[in-house]
Design a binder for this molecule. Structure first.
Ligand SMILES: O=C(O)CCC(=O)C(=O)O
Ligand SMILES: [Fe+2]
Length: 259
């Protein structure tokens, strides 16, 4: 974990020209670097997003600088994937679907890594690093170098600060889990705030099915009292939605799937 955080941090310290080689507006690129402005004029976040699984297919596109990046991030990602698959089996079992439910689809599923670098919070300003959202996949496993994550408490509609002890991974449920479980497990709305004391690195590993594989409500969880609540969709449908001109502030991708 430490080596992965260090590799990420070293990447963001590279000269701007080196990082810009990965800049693209095309969200289907296998590796993408960018910065975002949330409310001020200064960027509140820099990110590097890339595909991870299978490593043999994607690692060749990853940054070669810092020289530790591929090896350290590759090891971290493979371990995180193992954790995600095990957790997924336990959740499927808990839903009464059996731990091998859609086993092959999960095994060959997509893993995306979103590496974020947030600046230190400017003095006297309170700033949002990453605006409220839910993640697309079934599960997100997140590692961060210091606090900054907040989750929305649905019962009170208030933000809760999430502690960040060293070497603790957070697990979020994403939109696809809500779909598959027919709404029994709800996606987690979260955001990142800037930390006044220090700059922050976070790495979110997102797990879903391959590009064109549809995720639908488990038929076992549908009956007369509990009709199917969501339409099926694939990761590709999600990318199409994100690049469409629908007003995404008013309707999230998950909202667009509700029946
Ligand atoms: O930086 C964080 O704590 C959250 C990151 C996140 O939500 C994401 O990358 O999707
Ligand atoms: Fe997220």
């Amino acid at each position: 974990m430490d080596r992965a955080v260090e590799a990420a941090s070293d990447f963001f310290k590279l000269p701007s020209e080196t990082k810009q080689e990965f800049a693209s507006d095309d969200i289907r690129q296998p590796v993408r670097y960018g910065t975002s402005l949330t409310d001020g004029a200064r960027p509140s976040r820099a990110f590097l997003k890339h595909y991870v699984h299978p490593l043999s297919e994607w690692m060749k596109y990853w940054p070669e600088k810092p020289p530790t990046y591929r090896e350290d991030m590759g090891k971290f990602s493979a371990e995180v994937r193992r954790v995600a698959l095990q957790l997924m089996e336990a959740i499927l079992e808990g839903l009464g679907l059996g731990k091998h439910y859609q086993h092959d689809e999960f095994e060959r599923g997509l893993q995306l890594l979103q590496v974020n670098c947030y600046p230190k919070e400017p003095e006297g300003e309170s700033a949002i690093g990453l605006a409220p959202h839910s993640d697309h996949g079934f599960l997100t496993i997140l590692l961060a170098s210091c606090p900054g994550l907040e989750v929305l408490d649905r019962s009170t509609n208030t933000w809760r600060v999430v502690q960040q002890p060293r070497h603790v991974l957070h697990v979020h449920v994403g939109d696809l889990m809500e779909v598959l479980s027919n709404g029994r497990i709800k996606t987690v709305v979260h955001r990142a705030v800037l930390n006044p004391g220090e700059a922050r690195i976070s790495m979110a590993s997102i797990h879903s099915f391959v590009m064109h594989e549809k995720v639908s409500v488990a038929k076992e969880l549908v009956d007369e009292q509990d009709p199917e609540k969501y339409k099926e969709s694939s990761f590709s449908d999600f990318l199409d939605y994100v690049t469409s001109n629908v007003d995404k502030k008013r309707m999230s991708f998950l909202d667009s799937l509700r029946m």
